[in-house]
Write a protein that binds this ligand. Structure first.
Ligand code: UDX
Length: 399
């Protein structure tokens, strides 16, 4: 990070650029806080779509850029992360270049040491290069998730992604990444060609960067770290778990319902099932109803986060089975968004039924809460296999 010229002493400003998704904003803002405690001055460039509350960060400077997200907001295909990522890489390029150029002119004392961008904003490497600014990358997945992305033949002809339950290979291991089954790979995306394009761009621009920062820790992923260090010949820093230094609550895009904590206080130790499928995954109406039936049958207290929009076409709780709420009574709480870290740390929480987003997985591991893993897409199936089959701290549950 330090420059090698006479200005080293003042090269203490870092510009960060998060992807506008909760699971990416949280670790980027946590990293910014960590760097701030190390004496760096922080500037955050963010899109107009999904940005954290500036008031929670009076010690940072914020710059907003146009992203034209509204043009496609209603067209994002279910299960295709590449659509959103590729669109933003195109729509943000010019405004980001203008913003960064302006910032470098404003801070013309040579005080900017580097840009840290989310790995999914791969276009930023060329912009940083053209402005002669080192670019570091924050990759918000696990190391294992990144290895799987590099190994899987998203764009190849062999067609794993097109297999269905009826194919005999559906339950077989994938030769390129034997921990995963074909059915896990199928879940990762509904658009393998699009995913292949975005993953190739992302990995190439990670390799072209000045270094990679990971929200994980060596003790958890030692073997994967060795592989990553060999595959990417740039410096790698495992600085996580970030949330143990700074909670994610201040970067929450949705208001967290804190009344759940006093409800948890009334429950027996390790008795409550906590359910959440993160900030972007969408599930079908029948999957949603299956969760409700499972909770009724389990008969245990539960806290269920139903994010508005999690079931496409529904506002919130309309698809619940008839009489569900009457039947569960005080035994269950349903909220739109919870203070997840505090919930996982609460003595009443006994188990986390999760989509295995990497932040959720790390947060659960750190609180010692066992997981029921129902991954939806992208890196979640890899994380779920690690939780169930490698670390053996959860069970895999899902077709
Ligand atoms: C996305 C991808 O789904 C994930 O696989 C990838 O690793 C990161 O980007 P997301 O779906 O948002 O992430 O899940 P996750 O990574 O688990 O992040 C969710 C964050 O929101 C966590 O920090 C969690 O604490 C927070 N959260 C979740 C809340 O604050 N309240 C809630 O009710 C639910």
């Amino acid at each position: 990070i330090h420059g090698n010229d006479q200005s080293t002493a003042i090269r203490r400003r870092i510009i960060l650029f998060p992807l506008p998704v909760q699971g990416h904003i949280n670790p980027m803002l946590q990293l910014a806080n960590i760097l701030h405690t190390q004496g760096f001055t922080i500037t955050i460039i963010h899109t107009q779509h999904n940005f954290p509350n500036h008031l929670n960060y009076p010690h940072f400077t914020f710059k907003s850029i146009s992203d034209r997200f509204f043009e496609v907001a209603n067209q994002i295909p279910k299960g295709d992360a590449s659509f959103f990522v590729k669109y933003l890489n195109r729509s943000c390029e010019e405004p980001f270049r203008d913003c960064l150029t302006g910032l470098l002119a404003e801070y013309d004392d040579g005080s900017v040491s580097c840009l840290i961008s989310d790995a999914l904003f791969y276009f930023t490497q060329a912009v940083a290069d053209s402005l002669k600014l080192p670019r570091m990358v924050l990759r918000t997945t696990s190391l294992a998730g990144a290895i799987a992305y590099g190994a899987l033949p998203f764009s190849s002809e062999n067609g794993y992604f097109k297999l269905t339950k009826e194919d005999s290979n559906y339950e077989a291991s994938v030769p390129e990444f034997p921990l995963m089954k074909v059915k896990d790979v199928v879940k990762m995306t509904t658009n393998p060609e699009g995913m292949g394009e975005f993953v190739t761009n992302m990995l190439n621009q990670m390799k072209a960067s000045s270094g990679l920062i990971w929200n994980t820790f060596k003790e958890l992923e030692e073997d994967a770290l060795e592989t990553i260090c060999q595959d990417f010949s740039v410096p790698c820093f495992t600085l996580g778990p970030f949330h143990k230094y700074f909670p994610a609550s201040s970067s929450s895009l949705i208001e967290q319902d804190r009344t759940v904590i006093s409800w948890l206080d009334t429950q027996a130790p390790k008795s409550v099932i906590y359910i959440s499928f993160g900030s972007v995954a969408r599930i079908t109406q029948s999957e949603f109803q299956e969760v409700a039936h499972a909770l009724t049958n389990a008969g245990l207290p539960f806290l269920w986060v139903v994010r508005p929009g999690v079931v496409p076409g529904s506002e919130w709780l309309e698809p619940l089975p008839e009489m569900f709420l009457e039947r569960v009574g005080d035994k269950g709480r349903i909220v739109k968004w919870a203070p997840q870290q505090d919930v996982l740390a609460h003595p009443a929480t006994g188990c986390f039924w999760t989509h295995c987003g990497w932040n959720s997985t790390l947060e659960s591991i750190c609180e010692g809460v066992p997981m029921v893993c129902s991954p939806c897409f992208v890196d979640q199936p890899v994380n779920a296999r690690y939780v169930s089959d490698v670390w053996k701290i959860g069970v895999f549950f899902g077709g």
